[in-house]
Write a protein that binds this ligand. Sequence first.
Ligand SMILES: [Zn+2]
Ligand SMILES: [Zn+2]
Length: 427
Amino acid sequence: MGRPKKITPAVEKAPLRLPGTFDVLPEQQAAFHSFMDRFLNLASTFGYTRIDTPMVEDARLFKFWQQAATGEQLLTLNTAAREHVWAVKPTNIFGLVRAYLEHRYFEREKVSKWFYASPVMYISKGALRQGDELGFQIFGETAPIADAQIINLVMKLFHEVGLNNLSLEINNIGCLECLPPYQEVLKSYFKEKKYDLCENCVELVDTNPVAIFACTNISCSTVAAEAPVLVDYLCENCRHHFIGVLEGLDELGMPYNLNQKVIGKPWSRRTIFEIRYKGEQGDLTLGTGGHADDLIQSLGGTPASALGFNTSMETVLNALNLANLKFTHKTRSEVFLVPLGDLAAKKTLRLFSDLWSHNIAASEFIGPGSIKTQLKLAESSKVSIALIIGQKEAREGTVILRDVRSGMQELFTIERIIEEVKKRLGR
Ligand SMILES: [Zn+2]
Ligand SMILES: [Zn+2]
């Protein structure tokens, strides 16, 4: 038996990350953690519990998404031997509905309130699009007040992380009773103005005329501004619902803009809203929320309402960056360990654990370093105590305690050091 010639497969040069994907580097994590802290805190205050669904699902789950997608495709897995195609989730809501039905939450509780933070991926115009979606989702019968409450929650979330200058753009897209007749009204309106619409919108006239409202082309916007508005065509239930939501917002003292350009996804129903951040360097939509009330039924469940909001890690990081907000990692360490030499390094391993078991967090410089370098690090990490162990101390079982600010040093036996550190930390 000969030895394998090469046990490490090698490529000339590590390939770069794929277009459309991204790294979130350690220096970007403080900002995101700060956001997530508030996200988790508010989720629990408002009574949401976490749910995680798999990355990959049976592709049939995403039929609605596929029908609605323009220029976007599912990322499917090679499935020659399988009966059904597998697909990476392009967004979370479909997996959430599947879990709601599969685990029969509709029988277990009147209302399910969930939050999630989970990666999504799909193909857009031939390139990968990666995202880390996070949001809130409610399934079950809810009153209009629930819409106002979820808006309240997400506005609080963005405010608390330091984003001001937010605007709430709200619309009502109707339901299966009032939306189709309105689409007909729109169709005939836009047909007459066909020559003023962009190429893209001309195609939408017959298939999804409501989507023309979202077009940013000036000519299309001018035509759309004169179009009949859905609010005038809402059925009695939708009208009642919308008034309830707006009254809820008034009660909360929350300003909003009625904006018929906000149309949501093809599965959006009734309330649909966007939270926008208005920065000096431009605007950014922080996230979209609203109802998707036919989704449960479209996946075989008994009709139930679905209300949610979602954003993504990339959007949040972009906004925090645009707002020029700075975040730093909170270091918890109170003591810095400074070993000099191999024997001392071994002793600090033990000392680290002893401190830890007394609930004192220590940090240290990993790797060889002179006393000067290590003490500098101690200073920059803002701890008040450095514990120095040199060769002599390591052999004699002693530790030098140094007050980092004053530079005063004192020698203690290793048995006494924990008590002394505790005393100095005021424990
Ligand atoms: Zn309706
Ligand atoms: Zn257009």
